[in-house]
Design a binder for this molecule. Structure first.
Ligand SMILES: [Zn+2]
Length: 212
């Protein structure tokens, strides 16, 4: 089913945000536990792990999540939809659309949310986050694409919008931390949508987003 056609009226009127390129394609991997017909939340995580050069850190997170399937305690294993590292390399875990797009990434939100793991630490302060320009740009691009593809508004919301894992505290998680610039990345994502509407593309080599 093409959810974009049924959920996204905005897409009819303006150019679409171009799909970000995947440097690590793990299409529809990651311990699928069901389907979400209409995801309504984009949920942002931090992996609590360090950076490695190239795509090896992204690949490592996807492979780790996949390996959790073997541990009975995790009840089917963990998964995620996207992983983004410091360099802005994006890896794909589960696909965005049903069937087979539901994974276990946030207790209390798995049935409504698609998840993005940032390879980062929750202890980062604001200044540290802002040095990770490519990661935030790639995140904002992916958010803009997801928003248009799934009809999820680019605004703060735990039911229909963008949220952080720490806002679903059932599992005791605090990621992506108190200083993650959530409002800033939402503004950047909106800017990407506007840019697409003007027929401009967006890429990893563009200068720092002027909205910053
Ligand atoms: Zn998390």
């Amino acid at each position: 089913m093409n959810i974009a056609k049924t959920c996204n009226k905005q897409g009819d009127k303006m150019a679409r945000v171009k799909h970000p390129p995947y440097r690590v394609d793990r299409r529809n991997h990651g311990n699928i536990i069901g389907s979400i017909d209409h995801p309504s939340v984009i949920l942002i995580h931090a992996t609590q792990s360090g950076d490695r050069d190239g795509a090896s850190d992204v690949r490592g997170v996807l492979e780790f999540l996949e390996s959790t399937k073997k541990e009975p305690a995790t009840g089917g294993g963990y998964g995620i939809h996207r992983v983004i590292d410091k360099e802005g390399i994006i890896g794909r875990g589960a696909k965005l659309h049903a069937p087979g797009n539901k994974v276990q990434h946030a207790t209390g939100a798995n049935s409504i949310a698609v998840g993005i793991e940032l390879i980062a630490w929750s202890r980062f302060n604001l200044a540290k986050w802002l040095t990770r320009r490519r990661q935030l740009q790639a995140l904002a691009w992916e958010m803009a694409f997801m928003s248009q593809e799934l009809g999820i508004p680019l605004r703060r919301s735990k039911t229909h919008g963008v949220a952080m894992h720490r806002e679903f505290p059932l599992g005791g998680h605090t990621d992506p931390g108190s200083f993650f610039p959530i409002n800033r990345v939402i503004r950047m994502a909106r800017w990407n949508v506007k840019r697409a509407a003007r027929g401009k593309s967006y890429g990893f080599n563009t200068p720092l987003n002027p909205v910053l």
